[in-house]
Design a binder for this molecule. Structure first.
Ligand code: PGA
Length: 251
């Protein structure tokens, strides 16, 4: 199959941002995205849920995409404090991150929960970015590839296609630590992910695989050049427009 994977640079703002600063940040990114007029890459920001609507307004007409950081599996109901995928869509989101390691750890999200959330994203018309990644202990025990395989098999819903699934490989030990795997380690993980996806997705060759974990302007080009890397999921560096745009430019 021809390689048609358009790189996706996604910013995960996590629990950061009050309205004024967040809109200023989004506008800075949106203006640059509009000016660049990229058709060969996509740029996405995932603000906290309270800001999705305002950021979607700020991004409208610029080409900058907006997503949520998590969603509930159900469309509505008695789930205090939760956000449905439909609500994100209604607020102007087109994407949603599911299964981020901070949610897997802080909220006890299992692969089955992540899978249900990815299905909820489809139901609402959102593109899910399914996150997987090994802990340091798992890496040191030589279990990285086995862990990724288990997480993929449990988290990717049946019927996923290259058009309805993005996978983000985020080694837990690389998130927010300034540490990254070597380029060959990233390439090996991504090659394995694509191999496992071949058994789960009809057009696995077209699924975009993002790398995440301490991506910044200065290491983006090298990480994005690793085999089977089709973009980045960026945390800390997505909170500074210049830094985030440097990563987008490196794609
Ligand atoms: P980081 O976070 O870029 O700050 O390491 C990445 C992520 O958690 O998505």
């Amino acid at each position: 199959m021809a390689r048609t994977r358009r790189p996706l640079i996604a910013g995960n703002w996590k629990m950061n941002g009050l309205k004024a600063d967040a809109i200023a940040l989004a506008k800075g990114v949106a203006d640059a995205v509009k000016q660049a007029g990229w058709t060969d890459r996509e740029v996405l920001v995932c603000p906290p849920a309270t800001l999705v609507s305002a950021i979607a307004d700020a991004a409208r007409g610029t080409g900058l995409l907006v997503g949520g950081q998590d969603c509930h599996a159900k469309p509505s109901g008695a789930h205090t404090g939760e956000i449905a995928a439909e609500m994100l869509r209604d607020a102007g989101a087109s994407h949603v991150i599911v299964g981020h390691s901070e949610r897997r750890t802080d909220c006890g999200e299992t692969d089955a929960i992540v899978r249900a959330k990815a299905e909820a994203a489809w139901r609402a018309g959102l593109l899910p970015i399914v996150c997987i990644g090994e802990t340091l202990a798992e890496r040191e025990a030589g279990k990285t590839l086995a862990v990724l395989e288990t997480q993929l098999e449990g988290s990717v819903p049946a019927g996923a296609t290259a058009a309805t699934l993005v996978v983000a490989y985020e080694p837990v030990w690389a998130i927010g630590t300034g540490k990254t795997p070597t380029t060959p380690e990233v390439a090996a993980a991504h090659a394995h992910i694509r191999k496992v996806l071949t058994g789960l997705v009809a057009d696995a060759a077209g699924v975009r695989l993002l790398y995440g974990g301490s991506v910044k302007g200065s290491n983006a080009a090298e990480l994005l050049a690793a085999g089977d890397v089709d973009g980045a999921l960026v945390g800390g560096a997505s909170l500074k427009a210049d830094e985030f745009l440097a990563i987008a430019k490196a794609a």
